[in-house]
Design a protein around this ligand. Sequence first.
Ligand code: ADP
Ligand code: ASP
Ligand code: MG
Length: 418
Amino acid sequence: MALYVMKFGGSSVGTTERMQHVARRIVEKKEQGHKCVVVVSAMGDTTDDLIDQAKRLNDTPPVREMDMLLTTGEQMSVALLSIAIHQYGHEAVSYTGWQAGFRTDETHGRARILDIQAERVLQALDDNQIVIVAGFQGMTNAGEITTLGRGGSDTTAVALAAAIKADVCEIYTDVDGIYSTDPRIVRCARKLNEISYDEMLELAHLGAAVLHPRAVEYAKHNNVCLVVRSSFNHNEGTYVKEEAVMEQGVVVSGIAYDKNVARISIIGVPDEPGVLATVFGALANEQIDVDIIVQSGVQRGEADFSFTTALSDRERALQVIEKLHSSLPYREVTFNDVALVKVSIVGAGMVSHPGVAAKMFEVISKIGVSIKMVSTSEIKVSCVIEADRLQEVISELHTSFGLDALEEVVVGGPKDRR
Ligand code: ADP
Ligand code: ASP
Ligand code: MG
């Protein structure tokens, strides 16, 4: 008998039939004699729909009220799933994040978990219940409802698995594991049997939606046995672990992309010490993350620089820079008018293989795509390009770095989100 945390994403519970299917999957595990704690996301597009509804009422809805609104999506799912399980003759109990003991800090919209007081969950397990916990939510010490950021139900699952010392944390989704790249973009993506926490962390940070980066961080720090698998079939999934066995000679193990990218340029700032500190200090004060920063030529005592930030933070970033204008003279601020995407290659093997970045640039330039910005680290190279050539660029890179599988992937279920 083992203790499982099973997490089901939005597309796995998008309809009543899928909800029933998931309920049967859980009951199957319970009938094998295991203890089950289940984490569920909001059904299908619910979170996106709730955001749209709020935006129709207010361009910048208050973050507190957004958390109040979005947590209802998960609350609906847990209750429905519990109701479905009862229909199959099993005892189940649903909890909101706060009932399950998730305490977070006060950052509405992307709160961090401070601790989990899991007594209630453990008691219900002792009472032979299937415990169903709402993903992506918690409560502050002051009793305010918070959410953990988009895709945060993965983090709920892994953090709960660590808190209750589960034997395994299974992330059930609409693909049957972690692939060398998004199998919806490249049909000959290769399924990985195993991947290291570090490589997965990098891929997740760089946009691979299959796991939320904080979930991978949690798993690494708490050594949680984490597996990603399909809710539509029983195929072996992908294990995320400390020492993953990768294929011999593999330099690049995965390719990720992130469409949530905006480039902002500040033109004609005085070439003086302290300018970068002023701009990026002001952005940091507003909790705006900056990714790539490039300073270009200095002429007549003036410099230009560009940086990337999340597209969803662009308006706020522009407002921050506008406010600085009285103390920081600059000539102009511009932002990209065509959609951009950041494409990244990742691989622990890169450290010992020079020339990987050069090869990436060559592959991209050969198909006539221009690279707008670049950033590198020991295990990744990222290039910002125009979004309309994304599929072609990823496919070329996938082939050139020897990642193509022999057979095309059959993706487990229709994608009704995004
Ligand atoms: P869920 O609703 O289950 O949380 P997500 O949409 O968040 O599902 O994550 C699953 C999706 O992640 C897949 O449908 C796939 O398109 C995408 N994805 C991106 N990169 C990868 C990758 N490297 N391997 C597998 N899936 C990936
Ligand atoms: N429902 C939330 C979202 O769509 C959380 C999650 O699915 O993990 O982002
Ligand atoms: Mg997800």
